[in-house]
Design a protein around this ligand. Structure first.
Ligand SMILES: Nc1ncnc2c1ncn2[C@@H]1O[C@H](COP(=O)(O)OP(=O)(O)OP(=O)(O)O)[C@@H](O)[C@H]1O
Length: 256
């Protein structure tokens, strides 16, 4: 059974505009899917339907077979600009998803510290967000999204506006964390290379419709040099062609 199943999902706004149009998409358990497309094509809106932050106007979104009726505990989010609570320390920010439902226990604290270690922030537990760099704040947001070990993670350009090296480090952190927890991921990005590096499958959205889905046949774990391999570059080029609608040398699988 698919972990996420999007069936003929549409979303319109009261003014009459169609933002999403009959989107069909399935994501298997533990799979990492990326969604690319030009600005304004509907990527964030689709993510919000899966998150339960918006209800589809038509069609259905299911998680583990159940229709999504609102934000659920099984979903973790990271959005473009990390939204950390300024008046709470890094550790308390990490424990926030836990403290919304119950008093954090020593085991939760250990878990949070382990995640901070994984994202390279050990020693900064007592700092406040304003005392962190943008990249460090993104790391905290990523660790926080995983503290309750949600089986599904939705990421909307979480590494936008970071320098290339920090971005690569965070991509590797993310892959490490997701493999460890066997997390199912839907990752929105503008960056074609980022999508190819991270995902098992990349979907291309255009004008509110899913146009193509491209499997990424690169071995895991991704080696450091994979980004410079001819295969990697060929996949990026193929996606680039899919995004601008020009002919691709390799047949793309239709998505919907
Ligand atoms: N509440 C709304 N009312 C009217 N139009 C909206 C609303 N929300 C989004 N839109 C429009 O829907 C379209 C898709 O928006 P969305 O944020 O999903 O795009 P996106 O692909 O994520 O864009 P970007 O890559 O720039 O973040 C845009 O044209 C946007 O202006």
């Amino acid at each position: 059974m698919s972990f996420v199943s999007i069936e003929q999902a549409g979303y319109g706004v009261p003014s009459g505009g169609t933002i999403l149009d009959r989107v069909d998409w399935t994501i298997g358990e533990g799979e990492f899917h990326a969604l690319v497309g030009r600005s304004g094509c509907g990527k964030t809106t689709l993510l919000k339907l899966v998150a339960g932050l918006l209800a589809p106007s038509t069609g259905t979104v299911r998680i583990q077979g159940e229709p999504v009726r609102g934000p659920g505990a099984q979903v973790g989010f990271v959005f473009q600009a990390p939204t950390l609570l300024e008046w709470r320390t890094v550790l308390d920010n990490l424990l926030l998803p836990v403290s919304l439902t119950r008093r954090p226990q020593p085991a939760d604290r250990r878990k949070a510290e382990e995640l901070l270690d994984l994202v390279g922030l050990t020693g900064l537990e007592g700092r406040y967000p304003s005392q962190l760099s943008g990249g460090q704040q993104s790391r905290v947001a990523l660790a926080r999204a995983l503290v309750t070990e949600p089986p599904l993670l939705l990421l909307d350009e979480p590494f936008a506006a970071l320098d290339a090296i920090t971005r690569e480090e965070l991509q590797n952190d993310l892959l490490k964390l997701c493999v460890r927890h066997r997390t199912t991921v839907l990752f929105v990005t503008h960056d074609i290379a980022e999508a190819v590096y991270l995902a098992d499958r990349v979907a291309v959205m255009e004008g509110g419709r899913l146009r193509h889905a491209l499997p990424v046949p690169l071995a895991r774990p991704r080696g450091r040099d994979v980004r410079y391999s001819p295969r990697f570059n060929a996949l990026c080029l193929e996606l680039r062609h899919a995004m601008d609608g020009s002919q691709s040398g390799v047949a793309l699988e239709r998505a919907s």
